[in-house]
Write a protein that binds this ligand. Sequence first.
Ligand SMILES: Nc1ncnc2c1ncn2[C@@H]1O[C@H](COP(=O)(O)OP(=O)(O)OP(=O)(O)O)[C@@H](O)[C@H]1O
Ligand SMILES: [Mg+2]
Length: 243
Amino acid sequence: MQTSHLSVHFADRSALEDVDLQFLAGETTSLVGPNGAGKSTLLKCLAGMLPPTHGAVMLDDRVVDRPNPRVAYVPQRSEVDWKFPINVLDVALMGRSLRSSRVWPVPERDERAGLAALAEVGMHWHAKVQIGALSGGQQQRVFIARALLQQPEVFLLDEPFTGVDAPTQSLVVKILDDLRAAGKTIVFATHDLAMAERSSNICVLLNRRVVAAGPPADVMTVSNLHATFGGAAVSPAMAGARS
Ligand SMILES: Nc1ncnc2c1ncn2[C@@H]1O[C@H](COP(=O)(O)OP(=O)(O)OP(=O)(O)O)[C@@H](O)[C@H]1O
Ligand SMILES: [Mg+2]
């Protein structure tokens, strides 16, 4: 999957400018940048949910201009309406709705697959619970089950490590590692430089434009982090950064 001269403008504000990136099978890419850097905007374009103002997203040789079963998207927690009256199993089963024309009733084998996906993230006991009644980490797990059930080639995750406890973080890391080993393409957004370094093999430093992209150890230099986050914000994060 790749972007070509991708730009997104909202009214008079530019969220992304001329982004050229490539996301390969068997690679995990972290998108790292400050609030408002355009990380979520980029993921939504990759998911086919947001049309670019200029440029394009391509999957193989095709333009991505709508959600595609080959691409799964796990939203940032703050972007989900948690009051929506739907239970955990039905959220997971949304993962199959892009592939299946039959929405209702849910065939039994799909329900079994949904429960199996929930079991992978330790949430099968909560299948009939309203999604809004879960904790943040549990909700995150259910959205990951939804993505697994979709059986996509590309996984897009918006801040999967934010606001979750250590066991959930470890579970997500393990799932992403296994998916990468299975040859999937993974892209996640994060503020956490340590997590980017540990869990991605390509790091994109983003602040409306791509500041740098490459192996985390190469791109996380003091000057690149300054250019991405600005001077004041960098210091605590720079403990592991190279000069
Ligand atoms: N639907 C929208 N309408 C208007 N402006 C928007 C919209 N979505 C995003 N923006 C703006 O685009 C810019 C990038 O937002 P985006 O959500 O992509 O940033 P982000 O890097 O994900 O930030 P955060 O770390 O806070 O999640 C911001 O200035 C934001 O206000
Ligand atoms: Mg965001």
